[in-house]
Design a binder for this molecule. Structure first.
Ligand code: NAD
Length: 411
């Protein structure tokens, strides 16, 4: 599936409300810069292997571009372009001074040794270093990339420039200038969005059943935070499959099991597939894995009343309309998972100042930004009698297009 087609459809939908002219539509549908490179890496057996990698900088009207790097066998330019566009929208939704970018390597990292992973990470930064930097484009982690990978990339960049530049990349280990709270900030931001929904619609954690698809950085931390707030986590999954227990899981024990075994499967409860998980009887569904999970084929079967999109692009434009008609309220990805980039922004600010905040300061500032963004998106959606995704796009695109006009890039 060509993911960027979904982006074009999303822009067309918003165009019906905002009435874009031809130049505006062109600017919104075409990245400012995209680079595809061929990386050669020496494997442990002495052979050299090649990997295709991309960096897309979609829009930089509001500031340097910002976005993660994904290592996955299904990475392709259409996906990277889509993720870069969504980053531009996301940064505008939460009002942080960044444009949007994304990167990815077409590789299954689970097949690489630690030394091969390090060589590949360094090769990527060597190849893209002319277009990234603390005032140009600031990468971060995404699917299957970690603080250790950010550390290798930072080190490679600093070896090339001969200077220290901790603001090059975010999601770093604390010892190299990472921010307290960054490790779980995507989930923390999503939890604040869910809390705002619960205030708006009057539900309480104790009687709210949650199903989470994906148990990595975003999904695992969401389970941990919501369990701490007394929500009942009744289903979780990862790439190997899922588990379900209507009475709720012992989340700390589940996390320990996942860390030991590398999967949630086998922990307990009934075994289910990732597809079954989406259609379970629950109150809140949290897609926290990959894109295109809820489509026109299964949207009708979704039973959750609320969705918190921690993954990027988990719901297709067709499914958005079906869910909206069914009365399902979804906190869209560009709002619900914006906690990650917001704390990445805090990390960059701390790096530029060389002055570091406490974890409480980070979370207080994150909370303020997420609460304000939720209310701005909610009001925008209500004003335009539409769903939260369109509301967030209208808010973000107004901000991006105003910046483009002020720069003289649009009439
Ligand atoms: P991660 O690599 O830490 O975890 C990914 C999880 O998804 C793993 O549990 C993996 O087993 C699972 N998974 C992979 N393929 C799957 C499949 N087909 N079905 C079900 N589960 C599958 O990645 P992450 O950082 O948690 O990212 C997850 C999602 O959140 C992505 O869409 C990412 O773009 C988005 N996101 C992450 C951040 C962040 O800061 N990490 C920020 C914003 C958005």
């Amino acid at each position: 599936m060509d993911v960027f087609k979904n982006v074009e459809k999303q822009i067309n939908k918003v165009s019906k409300i905002m009435d874009f002219d031809e130049e505006t539509e062109f600017l919104l549908k075409n990245p400012k810069r995209q680079l595809t490179v061929n990386l050669s890496t020496r494997m442990d057996d002495g052979q050299v292997k090649h990997f295709v990698a991309h960096r897309v900088q979609f829009n930089d009207a509001r500031g340097p571009t910002k976005g993660g790097i994904r290592f996955h066998q299904n990475v392709n330019i259409s996906e990277v372009k889509s993720l870069a566009f969504w980053m531009a929208v996301k940064c505008a939704v939460v009002g942080i001074p960044y444009g949007g970018a994304k990167g990815g390597i077409e590789v299954n990292p689970k097949e690489l040794s630690e030394t091969e992973l390090e060589s590949l990470s360094r090769a990527f930064i060597k190849a893209i270093h002319p277009i990234v930097g603390p005032t140009k484009d600031i990468p971060a982690p995404d699917v299957y990339t970690t603080p250790q990978i950010m550390a290798w990339m930072l080190d490679e960049y600093e070896k090339i420039t001969g200077e220290h530049h901790p603001g090059l990349i975010t999601g770093k280990p604390l010892e190299l200038g990472g921010s307290l709270g960054r490790g779980y900030s995507t989930a923390q931001g999503g939890a604040y969005v869910l809390r705002e929904m619960s205030k708006e619609f009057g539900f309480v954690p104790e009687s709210t059943k949650v199903a989470i698809q994906g148990f990595g950085n975003a999904g695992l931390n969401m389970a941990r935070i919501l369990d701490g707030w007394n929500y009942k986590i009744i289903a979780v999954s990862d790439s190997k499959g899922g588990i379900y227990d209507e009475s709720g899981f012992d989340v700390p024990a589940l996390i320990k099991y996942k860390k030991e075994k590398g999967t949630v499967v086998g922990f307990g409860g009934d075994e289910i597939t990732n597809e079954n998980l989406l259609e379970l009887e629950c109150d809140v569904l949290v897609p926290a894995a990959l894109e295109n999970q809820i489509t026109e084929d299964n949207a009708e079967n979704i039973k959750a009343k609320y969705i918190v999109e921690l993954a990027n692009g988990p719901i297709t434009p067709e499914a958005d309309e079906i869910l909206h008609k069914k009365g399902v309220f979804s906190g869209p990805d560009v709002l619900a998972n914006a906690g990650g980039v917001t704390v990445s922004y805090f990390e960059w600010v701390q790096n530029l100042y060389g002055y570091y905040w406490t974890e409480e300061e980070v979370n207080e500032r994150l909370e303020k930004i997420m609460v304000k963004a939720f209310s701005e998106v909610y009001n925008k959606a209500k004003e335009n009698n539409t769903h939260m995704r369109n509301g967030s796009y209208i808010l973000a695109l107004e901000r991006i297009l105003t910046a483009e006009k002020l720069r003289g890039n649009l009439s």
